[in-house]
Design a protein around this ligand. Structure first.
Ligand SMILES: Cc1cc2nc3c(=O)[nH]c(=O)nc-3n(C[C@H](O)[C@H](O)[C@H](O)COP(=O)(O)OP(=O)(O)OC[C@H]3O[C@@H](n4cnc5c(N)ncnc54)[C@H](O)[C@@H]3O)c2cc1C
Length: 494
């Protein structure tokens, strides 16, 4: 008899766990609240355009890298369908002067020196620091617990060679480090996207694995990726129950035994994997009574927060934007208020002209994205006053287009459609706490304190997904799914 596993959530982590569990000989059923798979890795259609509501870039598509198997084991994509990037993004000033954030470290150094000769010494120090971590190997394919003694020793001694430096660099944020530079574009480079409060060590380590693993975009975007994943999972006999919201995990004694869904059904399994929001799982599905002190502390830890975001898409006639780069950060001369307290001064525009599936012939798709830690405000506003919420959404959309036009020229008369997703949208479609899109936001204060993947004292229960993998992201979620399947198999063999 095959052992039966239930997975809660058909996001990337749940689909990855399901695929690996099937490969390992388990009978796997996924329960998904939404009517489609993918979770945050979402897409939607508007007037002939397909909006990729998730992927900007991801590492691991280079076939010689260590992360490659995480993708290829569960998604049968064609290597020729990967669009590789030479630069992550550009940071531009109001006059159009651009700093190009190249992935290749030699090119990045050259570009930094070109744009900021006044920062020569600091640039050399930064590049030297990155190179010091060139040989650090991060084992992606096995959880630490399942490594052999030799593998553990190799990993730990590898880290120890840079131990003190790692500690030092993890105590400062990327924004702190940016302050060491005089040039405003370089300062902004260290403050772009989700970087500002991240420990500086992350940019140093990531700069190396981005080169080794390759940074790219799968043509066809989130839709293609998720469709391929679902197809592959179902081919091996895996089952997905859509529109099946799990409301309770059935616990008997100290063992997880099954699930209760919103429509009143109960299902019994040998193992349960939560690949949904950890808050909902720990507080409601399991219940606080089963949660130990360590996890309880996490949930009430005010220092542990998450970031949500606003995702604006604009479809327009023509292909005027591409000359500006595929992803550009620009400053808004006049700030935009995005909640009562948060002011926005920088916007990120992505052009999808490299992917023919994004827009009809002769048209282009642009998306504008920015983070917010005020997810709760937007979720509450929508719940309490939908008219005010819609009005605010429209105001932000108008102001964003207005700032965009100031930097890049007029676009309004060419617009075919606009669309805006807020933290309330992310919460509604994926049930993530505060509309969080990367799990916990790892700052120096909570660096290394990650939520464990099991609850001590509760047997046959596991957690995976972006809330248990630092910084979330697709590759991390694929890794999380793989690791949880390996751990279940290990426990079963025992
Ligand atoms: C705008 C945006 C841009 C991003 N850009 C990138 C990028 O460029 N590169 C990158 O790597 N990552 C990116 N990410 C992050 C990435 O999408 C996430 O980290 C990742 O998809 C999270 O996957 P997950 O499976 O852990 O969780 P989720 O995607 O949240 O999946 C959880 C699933 O569980 C379901 N669920 C929840 N509760 C229940 C329940 N009670 N019962 C049943 N089902 C339930 C949900 O409906 C959902 O489908 C981006 C995210 C967003 C939103």
């Amino acid at each position: 008899m095959k052992k039966k596993v239930a997975v809660i959530g058909a996001g990337i982590a749940g689909l990855s766990a399901g695929a690996y569990l099937q490969k390992l000989g388990f009978e796997t059923e996924i329960f998904e609240a939404h009517s489609k798979a993918g979770g945050l890795c979402a897409w939607w259609d508007r007037k002939g355009f397909t909006i990729d509501g998730c992927i900007h870039w991801s590492p691991g598509f280079k076939s010689t890298g260590d992360m490659y198997s995480l993708w290829r084991d569960v998604i049968p994509f064609d290597d020729s369908d990967i669009h590789f990037f030479n630069e992550l993004y550009q940071v531009v000033d109001p006059d159009g002067e651009a700093f190009r954030a190249f992935i290749d470290i030699n090119k990045l150094e050259e570009e930094m020196l070109r744009i900021a000769p006044e920062d020569r010494k600091q640039i050399r120090r930064f590049v030297k620091l990155v190179r010091k971590f060139e040989r650090i190997v991060i084992p992606y394919l096995k959880p630490f617990k399942l490594m052999t003694f030799k593998e553990k020793l190799a990993f730990i001694s590898n880290l120890l060679t840079r131990g003190r430096l790692i500690l030092k660099l993890s105590r400062m944020t990327c924004a702190d480090y940016g302050e060491k530079f005089l040039n405003p574009l370089l300062k902004r480079f260290f403050n772009a996207s989700y970087l500002p409060l991240l420990p500086f060590i992350t940019i140093v380590v990531n700069s190396n694995w981005m080169v080794k693993e390759g940074v790219g975009y799968p043509l066809g975007g989130s839709r293609k990726l998720v469709d391929l994943m679902v197809e592959e999972f179902e081919k091996t006999g895996g089952k997905i129950n859509y529109s099946s919201t799990v409301e309770k995990i059935i616990i008997e004694g100290k063992q997880a035994k099954g699930l209760k869904t919103k429509n009143g059904e109960t299902h019994y399994f040998d193992y349960i994997v939560s690949a949904n929001d950890s808050h909902e799982t720990l507080k409601k599905l399991i219940g606080k009574e089963h949660v130990n002190n360590k996890i309880r502390k996490w949930l009430i830890n005010t220092k542990a927060d998450t970031l949500s975001g606003f995702f604006i898409s604009i479809g327009f006639k023509g292909n005027d934007f591409n000359g500006n780069g595929h992803r550009v950060f620009f400053k808004t001369e006049e700030p935009i208020m995005i909640s009562k307290t948060q002011e926005l001064t920088e916007l990120e525009v992505t052009s999808y002209d490299f992917d023919p599936s994004a827009a009809p012939e002769g048209h282009s798709l642009l998306t504008i994205f920015f983070y917010t830690d005020e997810g709760r405000y937007w979720i509450d506003l929508r719940e309490q006053d939908k008219t005010a919420y819609n009005k605010e959404k429209q105001r932000i959309l108008d102001e964003v287009i207005n700032r965009f036009e100031k930097q890049f020229g007029e676009i309004r008369d060419k617009i075919v459609f606009t669309d805006i997703a807020t933290p309330a949208t992310f919460k509604r479609y994926t049930r993530n706490w505060k509309g969080g899109i990367h799990g916990w936001y790892i700052t120096p204060k909570i660096f290394k304190k990650v939520i464990p993947k099991t609850v001590s004292g509760l047997k046959n229960f596991y957690m995976t997904g972006h809330w248990t993998e630092s910084y979330g992201g697709l590759t991390n979620c694929l890794k999380g799914g793989r690791h949880i399947a390996q751990l279940i198999d290990h426990d079963f063999q025992k």
